[in-house]
Ligand binder design. Structure first.
Ligand code: NDP
Length: 260
């Protein structure tokens, strides 16, 4: 098992990509804490994983926008598992679509506060103990929108570009300390977030849901959505001992949509 005896803290673990990562990590022997704002979701995922795979799990209600909340979450993690996380997956995120001229400051700040600020807060809370133990993995779920732009997503793309800046700089700061920091950049993944994207296209263009989904799928050269499990498989590699040479990278899981 690639993650035996490892402790992982996964934000946005209540559904979608975060849930899939929690399951894959647990399959590889890690104990996992799943954190999100909706208590029922994280409790359900934590229970399902513990029941199915027999590993230790913890459900944490946490809003990554709130520093006190994040610090309490990491303190709760320590109290439960006896030490801080070895692996932090910064996955909690939101996307809202709007033309830039109609993007108000609140919408701009929501994206920066959750997608980028949440990554900062969770990493900041967990890193000192990783430095002390001379082992750690920070895995940031960015997006191909961290590398390219697209209409209607200026706030989202700006926040995700910021995640890459943080990833690359921190990776170099901790490179000699047994810690790696990497980003995963998925294309469209089969989750609720993409479903909401389909609904948006339907509302804006009058296309049917099927046509809207086809439009999204055709953005990938593979003409399909990525599965959450495909993203999770890369997260396992980055979290594992075998992945220790991969540092400061932003790796696409997008079927070849973005080639850099
Ligand atoms: P979902 O919308 O399905 O899930 C998002 C998760 O994040 C939920 O568990 C949600 O729980 C949690 N979350 C949202 N806001 C907060 C917050 N403030 N504090 C704590 N948790 C929060 O999204 P996906 O699984 O699709 O996406 C996960 C990540 O992957 C995001 O960062 C997204 O930007 C990125 N991504 C997704 C792609 C896609 O096509 N789906 C493509 C590229 C990147 P709750 O609401 O209960 O807090």
């Amino acid at each position: 098992m690639k993650l035996a005896n490892r402790l992982a803290f996964i934000t946005g673990g209540g559904r979608g990509i975060g849930r899939a990562i929690a399951f894959e990590f647990a399959r590889e022997g890690a104990s996992v804490a799943v954190a999100a704002r909706t208590r029922e979701h994280v409790e359900e995922v934590a229970k399902e994983i513990a029941d199915d795979l027999g590993v230790q799990t913890l459900a944490i209600e946490c809003d990554v926008e709130n520093t006190a909340n994040v610090n309490e979450a990491i303190d709760g993690f320590r109290a439960h598992f006896g030490r801080g996380p070895d692996i932090v997956v910064n996955n909690a995120g939101l996307v809202e679509t709007e033309l830039f001229i109609r993007t108000d400051e609140q919408m701009w700040e929501r994206h920066l506060n959750v997608n980028l600020g949440g990554t900062f807060r969770c990493t900041h809370a967990a890193l000192p103990e990783m430095i002390e133990s001379r082992w750690g993995r920070i895995i940031n779920i960015a997006s191909i929108a961290a590398k390219t732009g697209a209409p209607y997503i200026s706030a989202y793309a700006a926040s995700k570009h910021g995640v890459l800046g943080l990833t690359r700089s921190l990776a170099l700061e901790v490179a000699t300390q047994g810690i790696t920091v990497n980003a995963i950049c998925p294309g469209y993944v089969d989750t609720e977030m993409t479903l909401r994207g389909v609904e948006n296209i339907v509302a804006r263009t009058g296309k049917s849901a099927d046509e809207a989904l086809r439009t999204i799928m055709n953005m990938s050269p593979q003409h399909r959505l990525v599965t959450p499990e495909e993203v999770a498989a890369l997260a396992v590699l980055l979290a594992s001992e075998a992945g220790r040479g991969i540092n400061g990278q932003a790796i696409n899981v997008d079927g070849g949509t973005v080639l850099f």
